[in-house]
Design a protein around this ligand. Structure first.
Ligand code: ZN
Ligand code: ZN
Length: 365
């Protein structure tokens, strides 16, 4: 991964945001910037030096993983260690009297921010930084797309285990267990999120995690699942019908599929994200189902399962080649059942590529 390029671009962004340094504490951002995968760390990014502060548990790991930053092993917590180092050495614009340190306000607790301010020398002001790293992470480079592609392919494989297990009477968690066991055996570092197997009336819950409910006949089962491979997540949803399908079930399924395809059709460079959401909703509206689509159309995926950009109503962000997003409209009929179909797509120079080009026809079990 091109850590040095990422760091260089971030330093330019810091300058433009009038920050002398940025204290990165969100672990996926740290990983993105220097490759460190430990669970405790703070990365201080400033012109003239990138320092990773971590503790003794990660001495060896930091040595192996981090070549593009200086690793500082400290007995104190990473924040304290970073604050103390700033007291010893000036960074950024050395000519000015005071210096401004950007923090990631979204991820720092109130208590951590207070103790950071207490430990910093007086000439350093703390300011909440804009989401600079998150913005950089929106556009994936070739190495990242390769990693995502592998995660998506491995993740997609799990659906066949779901198909083999889903039967009336089988518990949702048993289906999830078979999929997760297969994922780990196949080398996944973990699941990208808690596997969603939502059957019967529970399929009308957009985030129905697998429960001990037994699958019943005469309703859909929503399967939403993904794996982590080389740090990158995959995310995919398929919905199947158990029992003899009704005309209504087919009609709703076809409408969701048409909505998903219409949204995918609009994805391309230069397109305002709101338009994708609009395309998905419009198709459902034509089928009289728009009011049952209760969440946004999708989200960015990468080192985190949900990351920028949000694919939602009114989003002014414009798509650029290299962005990886999900397209996942759904229809949820309360107390009855629900349908969702989700794929990951990568924005290309010409349009987009669906990363999970597998079948989406109506499946009956
Ligand atoms: Zn999903
Ligand atoms: Zn998703």
């Amino acid at each position: 991964m091109d850590y040095q390029g990422r760091q260089q671009r971030l330093i330019e962004d810091l300058r433009a945001s009038h920050l002398d340094a940025l204290l990165v504490t969100h672990l996926p951002n740290i990983r993105y910037l220097c490759g460190f995968t430990g669970s405790s760390g703070a990365l201080l990014v400033a012109e003239g030096g990138i320092n990773l502060f971590t503790d003794g548990r990660y001495t060896e790991q930091a040595k192996t993983e981090v070549q593009s930053a200086r690793a500082v092993i400290s007995k104190k917590g990473p924040l304290s260690a970073a604050a103390r180092s700033m007291g010893r050495k000036r960074f950024g614009n050395r000519a000015s009297k005071s210096q401004t340190l950007g923090i990631e306000g979204q991820y720092l607790t109130v208590a951590a921010r207070r103790s950071l301010s207490d430990e910093l020398p007086r000439h350093i002001r703390v300011r909440e930084a804009p989401p600079l790293v998150e913005r950089a992470r929106m556009v994936k480079d070739a190495d990242e797309i390769r990693a995502i592609r592998t995660a998506v392919e491995r993740g997609a494989e799990l659906f066949k285990h779901a198909l083999q297990t889903i039967r009336p009477g089988v518990k949702e968690i048993e289906v999830a267990a078979e999929m997760e066991y297969a994922a780990r055996k196949d080398g996944a570092e973990g699941m990208a999120f808690e596997t969603i197997i939502a059957s019967g009336a529970r399929s009308a819950l957009p985030h129905g995690r697998a429960s001990s409910t037994a699958i019943v006949s005469g309703a859909f089962v929503v399967c939403d699942f993904g794996v982590i491979l080389h740090g990158y997540c995959s995310d995919r949803t398929r919905t199947v019908y158990v029992g003899a399908a009704t005309v209504e079930a087919r009609r709703v399924y076809d409408a969701v599929l048409a909505s998903q395809l219409a949204a995918i059709d609009t994805v391309g460079p230069g397109v305002k994200i709101a338009r994708i959401d609009q395309a998905a909703r419009k198709t459902l509206q034509q089928n009289g189902l728009a009011q049952y689509f209760t969440h946004s159309t999708g989200h960015g995926v990468g080192l985190e399962i949900h990351e920028a950009p949000r694919v939602a109503r009114g989003q002014q962000e414009v798509l650029r080649p290299g962005m990886v997003i999900t397209i996942e409209p759904g229809v949820y009929l309360p107390g009855k059942w629900g349908v969702r179909i989700e794929d990951m797509v990568v924005v290309t120079e010409q349009g987009c590529e669906v990363l999970t080009p597998t079948q989406k026809e109506f499946i009956v079990i």
